[in-house]
Write a protein that binds this ligand. Structure first.
Ligand code: ADP
Ligand code: ASP
Ligand code: MG
Length: 424
């Protein structure tokens, strides 16, 4: 007997037939004698619709508006998961499986106060563990918890992954299975590159980079939690026949295992390619080249919650003036320019320029730590395709390259094949 947490994403619960199919996956594990908790997302498209409704309400003009009420945003957008958790419990009852739905506040899943992007602080798993011990399946609404103000708080887009891993850690599950519309983690988004290969295993650190650099298959926070709490997490497909051979394999289910790097025997130099759209570049021209100038720029931006990513400072030609270029999400450009304008005197620059619609393409692999020339290979391959590089950042296990938006897919394909990641 094992204890298993199964999470089903939006496309897996998109309609009643798919919910019945999910119930068959759950039944397989219950019939095998396991204790099961299930985490569900809203039906696909539902959360977007709910967010649209909130943003379309008079006076509510967006998250930065003084009228925007994040508590009511959460009350509205959390409702999608309430529906699917109830529907799945009903579908399980129809199969004679003892099941009960749970909302975040009922568990309870305690979060911090950051409505709309809350972090899970604590989960009291006692009730769920007791019920599971009595043979009842817990069907838990993902994406939501209870804030310190006793109000519903949501965990940010894609947050049901995080709900699932956090619950798996809280109930000390033997495994957390993230069921989605692809059958594992691929070397890059298989919808962009059909030659992408499914990975049998990927190291936590690599998955963390893949997710933070744009691969939305797992929410970043879920990978962090899996890494810290050593949750054995698999990404697998809900679209395979629930009763196909091997689907109920306890130790080696089909899909991709996210694990410690020591568990990976043959480590490639490059594991995957990720991309993030809607990046924007801002340049401050003819800045005073003096101590404190970076603090004067990035301090106020941070205070305004603007997430600055790549930063490039040019060498000063005359020792007194320099240029500084950095990237922010496209949606934050206006706000950033406003903040920079308000601080113009203090920073001391001549003009500010900006360009939106850029894409950041990243090459990720733990093997880079011990291999030279990985970046040079990327630069050469992109040059051969005539793709201009606007900025570069690197870390021990990743290289990120900023390019013009229209070249995104070509760049991803080019990098994918230049590191020999294409299948066959
Ligand atoms: P869910 O609704 O189940 O949470 P998501 O849409 O959030 O599913 O995530 C699954 C999607 O992630 C896939 O359909 C795929 O297009 C995308 N994706 C991006 N990068 C990768 C990758 N490296 N491997 C697998 N899927 C990826
Ligand atoms: N339904 C939420 C979203 O679309 C959470 C999730 O699916 O993980 O972001
Ligand atoms: Mg998702």
């Amino acid at each position: 007997m094992a204890r298993i947490v199964m999470k089903f994403g939006g496309t897996s619960v998109a309609d009643l037939d798919r919910i019945k199919n999910v119930a068959r996956h759950v039944k397989r594990e219950v019939d095998a004698g396991h204790e099961v908790a299930v985490v569900v997302s809203a039906m696909s498209g539902k959360t977007n619709e709910l967010v649209g409704w909130v943003q379309g309400t008079p006076k509510v003009v967006g998250a930065n508006s003084p009228f925007y009420d994040a508590r009511e945003y959460d009350a509205v957008v959390a409702s999608g998961e309430q529906v699917t958790s109830g529907l799945l419990a009903i579908a399980l009852h129809a199969m004679d499986i003892n099941a009960r739905s749970w909302q975040g506040w009922q568990v309870p899943i305690r979060t911090d106060n950051a409505h709309g992007a809350a972090r899970i602080l604590e989960i009291d798993g006692a009730d769920i563990i007791k019920r599971m011990g009595e043979g009842q399946v817990a069907v838990i609404a993902g994406f939501q918890g209870l804030g310190p103000d006793n109000r519903i708080a949501t965990l940010g887009r894609g947050g049901s992954d995080t709900s699932a891993v956090a619950i798996a850690a809280a109930v000390k599950a033997d495994r957390c299975d993230i069921y989605t519309d692809v059958d594992g983690v691929y070397t890059t988004d298989p919808r962009i590159v059909p030659q992408a290969r499914r990975l049998k295993k990927i190291a936590f650190e690599e998955m963390l980079e893949m997710a933070s650099l744009g691969a939305k298959v797992l929410q970043v926070r879920s990978v962090e939690l899996a890494m810290v709490h050593k949750v054995r997490t698999f990404v697998r497909s809900s679209f395979e026949d629930p009763d196909a051979p091997g689907m109920g394999d306890l130790l080696n289910p089909p899909g991709t295992l996210i694990c410690d790097e020591d568990e990976i025997v043959e480590q490639e130099v490059v594991t995957g390619i990720a991309y993030a759209k809607d990046e924007a570049q801002i340049s401050l021209r003819r800045l005073a080249d003096r101590p404190g100038v970076s603090a004067a720029i990035f301090g106020p931006l941070a205070e305004s919650h603007i997430n600055v990513d790549m930063i490039v400072q040019n060498i000063s030609e005359d020792g007194s003036k320099t240029d500084m270029t950095f990237t922010v999400p496209s949606g934050d450009v206006e706000k950033a320019i406003k903040v920079l304008g308000e601080n113009k005197e203090k920073i001391g620059y001549d003009v500010v320029q900006n360009e939106s619609g850029l894409v950041k393409v990243s090459v990720i692999g733990i093997g880079m730590r011990s291999h030279a020339g990985v970046a040079a290979t990327a630069f050469k391959a992109l040059a051969e395709k005539g793709i201009n590089i606007k900025a570069i950042t690197t870390s021990e296990i990743k290289i990120s390259i900023l390019i013009d938006g229209p070249y995104a897919e070509l760049a991803v394909r080019t990098l994918h094949s230049c590191y020999g990641l294409d299948k066959n």
